[in-house]
Design a protein. Structure first.
Length: 1132
């Protein structure tokens, strides 16, 4: 029985292997053979077609060339002296023929009677002497004898069989063969319908139409089609060639050449082709020539018709005998005559090699198939025999015989490996069975343990429910006590309460109500989740319920421009529902609609649909995004479309479960910015419920402890206000939190400004920047994260410290807050002392950083001023050195009237050396009454004591600025005119230098420069200080551009070419297929920097790179510092 079961499997495997081997072997072989067969077949067919085409074109060209050669013979004759001599109009044969008789009729009669037709020059009738025509006949005979032999030799070398000379009236004056058209008139009735007569008329008309330019038509040759000659004794078809004999523009006669059809036949059949026929047809499908004798011309008429229509193709057609024939045909144009050349051969002969190839292919494929079948059978047996033995062993193992030996394990191939694997599997199964037995024992023990644990879990679940109920009771007890005590104090039952404490009591009451409602929602959700919620369905008036809900919801509107419209008709039938739970659902839906509607209306309507009542709550609020509609009824889920709103996210979930418990359905549809519609359906009340409703008059309605936002009067709170305190901005959407923080911060001495959402924060900061910002995260409009990111793009950490003050206490929230740019993160509820300390620390840190920046700026300014003062002192020294060489005596004194400077002229005037003068007081030389420095400049005559001598000298006394360390300068004028000019120049120099040194006024330096000489040198020395600034500027520009490009290329993988093209600030050139930034490269070295560098372009480049490469690292900080230095240097 086992063998009968395994043999079909073995045979199926063997058949599969055989089939696979055959497919793998035959299909590629057949594909390759078919490809080569098809390729060779196409090649052979193309060779046959190409051969026929070449034969067709060759014969067509041969005919065309043959006719062309004949034309050349005709043209050669009419241009020869023979033609001019024999065909001359007034001499030769033409003239002699016309003179045979008295008139042309007699001449033609004499000519016909004289020669035997077709004999050439055989005389039939002789003219005897004494005949009146003897002279003319004898003259014609002599001329005939003179030219006839030449004409005969000409015909012997040509395919033409006759040449005729015709005069202008159509008389055939000469013919070599003397056929019956000799000595006749071609205009006669006899020739009007013949090819010969038609050709003469055609030639005559042609010459007549061009008689004014005969010289141009010397090469004109006309040809007629082949037809039977006028000679009645012959049935051979001939064609005529005709040309005018024109000498020096004068028309003498016409030459006609006769071509027999046999010449064309010899031309076509000169190549003896086996199994190939070449035919030539005229326009009337008449066979002109054929390469094979005895061929029926009608067989080729179908393709000949196509050729005469202008087609030149190669095709296979069935001839009139039904045999397939391959024909190549084409039209030939000969002197305006359309002929058809057809080259054809039987298809079986043309494709004989193709048929042989097909037979050979069939034999090879059949032989290969037999070999493949035999080989496949052998290979399949070789593979399946060992597998069959393994199959039997596997079946014995599956039957439970795990000790059976597996054959084939000694083999070294894949079959051997398979046998070894079977043996290992046998051993593994034996071990696994033993292991399973042991594990079954363990599972039985575990099942007992699980049963025990399930009992414990059920007990724990029961205890959890009891704990939740107990906890809710324990929560409500202190909550009710807290709310009751606060309400009693607020009612002033125990004495008056100050306004500053009343709003604190209201905050306690409202917070207690909110916590109590949250406990109720949690209990309802828990009961519904475990199926413990008990409802009492009864008949409910939807109109009454909706009116109650509208009244309860009016306080939620507050001051919002929102109207609640109740369109539920009192005539609607009652529904089956729990009254309190239905009112709870309606209250939740209306409350949500009011909460998410900033302006507009909330509409309640209902209508009956069969055995159900449909109730809709429609609002014109923000709407719900499509992606949030699928999970809007999930617990703890809120829509994020309009920002964060207060709530636990349980309201809609509880409402949907309540409606489902009351055998209804709650759905939602919404469009963003248009509004939301919540639709619920409830079954109509049954008769029993209606009867119960009529018997019971009292119904307990839904009630909810609600809270409202208290309006606080700032003056009644009597909070301290410090106008000089630091400004703190608070951002929170909860008014209670705002008031608590505001009260605390004002007590701490801060000025406070509040914002209720993220958008308001940005608006208030735009009006006045605070010293610190306390920022909540969950706010409408913009979240705290978004606000922080936006502000960090405008202010750094020191310019505006931000502390995030929120209820989110997860680690990822804190990380995200710091990533957005927060200075600190504090979780609610917070410790007031901790918050105060953190605020103070961040404000002090911000002030310290700002003072540090101001100190750095002052330090730089002082350094610059010290450098300027040093330069001025150096300039003052150089100015005094310039005064050494002046002819006027000059002395300078300090506050103590001690002489600190005296030039060479002063030593000569005072008769002392410079060292002696500097150790002296000015009173030793000038009376004290002249030493008054209360005016900037005085000119007077003063008494000067030199030794014991007193001199009166005109002098100028100048008061110098105290910053110079000098009190005054006295100039003694020895030459009044020159001295006055120099004194004026010195006065201008002193004013200019003083204004520049202490007021920074550079306007007077140009005036000082115009004085020339040493004053121009002084201005040049001052310009050197400008040059120093210019050098600093140039070096800083190079450092900025080098650092900016290094930052751009290192972080973004870009190049300077990308930067130049994207910014549009620098040009990119293409030089020898290489991109170049020549102008930009000049700003990377001080040596190549332009004389007047574009510092604005450099600043714009820095701004572009900083805006498009957002990588906070040391390079960016360095780049920002360089930009600030450049900005400060430009501003100086």
């Amino acid at each position: 029985m086992s063998k009968n079961h395994t043999r079909p499997k073995f045979k199926r495997l063997q058949s599969t292997l055989m089939g696979a081997f055959m497919l793998v072997s035959l299909i590629p072989m057949l594909l390759v053979a078919f490809f080569f067969l098809r390729s060779h077949t196409q090649d052979l067919q193309e060779q046959s077609t190409t051969y026929l085409t070449s034969m067709r074109d060759g014969n067509a060209n041969k005919v065309t060339a043959y006719i062309g050669n004949l034309d050349s013979e005709v043209i050669g004759f009419v241009h020869s002296e023979l033609a001019y001599a024999s065909g001359g109009r007034f001499y030769g044969l033409i003239d002699s023929f016309r003179r045979l008789g008295k008139d042309l009729d007699e001449s033609r009669s004499i000519g016909q009677q004289r020669y035997i037709p077709g004999s050439g020059n055989a005389i039939r009738t002789k003219t005897v002497r004494g005949n009146e025509n003897y002279t003319s006949v004898e003259r014609y005979r002599l001329l005939h004898k003179r030219y006839h032999s030449t004409f005969q030799s000409l015909l012997e070398r040509s395919d033409f069989d006759d040449i005729a000379l015709v005069d202008l009236e159509g008389n055939v004056a000469y013919s070599v063969q003397k056929y019956d058209y000799y000595a006749t008139n071609l205009n006669s009735e006899r020739y009007k319908k013949t090819e010969l007569g038609g050709l003469f008329k055609q030639l005559k008309d042609y010459v007549a139409s061009n008689k004014d330019s005969l010289e141009q038509y010397n090469d004109i040759v006309l040809m007629s089609d082949f037809s039977i000659d006028g000679n009645s004794d012959s049935t051979e078809e001939v064609a005529w060639f005709a040309a005018p004999i024109v000498q020096r523009g004068y028309l003498h006669s016409y030459a006609f050449f006769r071509l027999p059809l046999s010449a064309l036949t010899d031309l076509i059949s000169e190549e003896h082709l086996v199994n190939l026929n070449v035919s030539l047809f005229d326009k009337s499908l008449k066979l002109l020539a054929d390469s094979s004798e005895g061929v029926d011309s009608k067989q080729s008429s179908p393709v000949a018709i196509k050729a005469l229509e202008g087609s030149a193709e190669v095709e296979t057609y069935a001839n009139l005998s039904g045999d397939n024939t391959i024909a190549a045909y084409a039209p030939i144009d000969v002197h305006g005559l359309t002929w058809a050349v057809v080259v054809e051969t039987p298809e079986e002969i043309a494709f004989e090699r193709v048929n042989q190839l097909f037979k050979l292919f069939f034999i090879i494929v059949l032989s290969a198939a037999v070999i493949v079948v035999i080989t496949s059978h052998y290979l399949s047996n070789f593979i399946t025999n060992p597998l069959l033995k393994l199959t039997w062993a596997a079946e014995r193992i599956s039957a439970g015989d795990l000790k059976e030996n597996v054959e084939g394990t000694e083999r070294k191939d894949e079959i051997g490996r398979l046998a070894v694997s079977f043996e290992r599997m046998q051993r593994s199964i034996r071990e696994k069975i033993e292991l399973i037995k042991e594990q079954n024992k363990e599972l039985e023990f575990n099942l007992d343990t699980i049963a025990t644990q399930n009992g414990e879990l059920q007990l724990a679940d029961k205890l959890k429910d009891e704990f939740l109920a107990t906890t809710s009771h324990e929560l409500r007890t202190p909550l009710h006590g807290m709310i009751g005590v606060a309400q009693a104090m607020l009612s002033e039952a125990h004495g008056s309460v100050p306004p500053s404490q009343k709003y604190q009591l209201e905050i306690i009451i409202n917070s207690g109500h909110r916590l109590s409602n949250l406990v109720d929602d949690l209990l309802d959700y828990h009961k519904m989740q475990y199926g413990h919620l008990q409802l009492e369905p009864t008949a409910v008036s939807l109109s009454s319920a909706s009116q109650l809900v509208v009244e309860l919801s009016k306080h939620l509107v507050d001051k919002k421009p929102v109207r609640i419209i109740n369109q539920i008709d009192s005539s609607l039938p009652m529904v089956s529902a729990d009254p309190q739970r239905l009112e709870q659902v309606l209250y939740n839906l209306v409350g949500n609609a009011i909460k998410f509607t900033s302006e507009g209306k909330v509409i309640l309507n209902a209508d009956q649909q069969g055995e159900q009542l449909r109730i809709q709550v429609i609002d014109t609020g923000h709407g719900i995004p499509k992606e949030d509609l699928d999970n809007i009824f999930e617990p703890l889920t809120q829509s994020n479309y309009s920002g964060y709103h207060q709530g636990t996210g349980l309201g809609l979930s509880i409402s949907k479960r309540l409606i489902e418990i009351m055998r209804g359905e709650l759905t939602v549809t919404s469009q963003p910015m248009l509004g939301t519609t919540f639709t619920m359906t409830l079954p109509l009340a049954s008769k029993q419920e209606l009867e119960t409703f009529n018997s019971e008059s009292d119904t307990e309605h839904y009630s909810r402890e609600e809270f409202h936002q208290t309006e606080f009067d700032e003056q009644s709170l009597s909070l301290p206000n410090n106008p000089d305190g630091k400004l703190v901005m608070i951002a929170d959407d909860e008014p209670v939190n705002l008031k608590i923080l505001e009260s605390f911060l004002r007590v701490e001495g801060y000025r406070v400004v509040s914002a209720h959402n993220g958008r308001e924060v940005l608006d208030l900061i735009g009006e006045e920047k605070p010293d610190i910002l306390l920022l909540d995260i969950m706010m409408p409009e913009l979240s705290g994260f978004q606000v922080c990111e936006y502000l960090r793009n405008q202010y750094n950490y020191n310019e505006l410290p931000i502390i995030m003050l929120t209820a989110l206490n997860q680690t990822e929230d804190k990380v995200k807050g710091f990533d957005c740019g927060a200075n600190d993160y504090l979780v609610k509820p917070f410790n007031k002392q901790e918050l105060s300390a953190r605020i103070q620390v961040h404000i002090n840190a911000s002030l310290s950083e700002r003072r540090k920046q101001e100190n750095d700026s002052l330090s730089a300014e002082l350094t610059q001023r010290e450098r300027v003062e040093s330069l001025l002192l150096e300039t003052q020294t150089k100015l005094l050195e310039q005064l050494e060489s002046t002819p006027e005596a000059i002395v300078c004194i300090n506050e103590n009237h001690k002489i600190t400077f005296a030039n060479k002229s002063a030593t000569e005037l005072l008769k002392r050396s410079i060292e002696q003068i500097k150790r002296s007081q000015i009173e030793e030389f000038i009376a004290p009454k002249y030493l008054q420095f209360d005016q900037p400049h005085r000119s007077m005559d003063i008494d000067v004591f030199v030794g014991e001598t007193k001199q009166v000298i005109a002098s100028d006394i100048f008061t110098l600025p105290l910053e110079t360390g000098l009190r005054g300068m006295i100039i003694f004028n020895s030459d009044p005119d020159d001295a006055n000019q120099r004194i004026n120049n010195l006065e201008v120099a002193l004013d200019a230098l003083a204004s520049y040194a202490f007021a920074g006024d550079k306007s007077q330096l140009e005036e000082l420069k115009e004085l020339g000489d040493e004053f121009a040198d002084l201005v040049g020395q001052l310009d050197n200080s400008k040059d120093s600034k210019q050098q600093n500027m140039r070096q800083l520009l190079v450092d900025c551009m080098s650092s900016a490009l290094e930052y751009w290329e290192s972080h973004d993988g870009n190049t300077k070419f990308n930067f130049a093209e994207q910014s549009g600030l620098w040009r990119v050139y293409l030089d020898r297929s290489t991109l170049q930034t020549r102008t930009l490269d000049k700003y990377l070295r001080v040596e190549t920097l332009p004389k007047t560098p574009r510092w604005r372009t450099v600043l714009n480049s820095l701004d572009f790179i900083l805006a498009h490469s957002n990588h906070d690292d040391a390079q960016r900080a360095q780049l920002l510092e360089l930009r600030e230095q450049l900005q400060n240097l430009v501003a100086q």
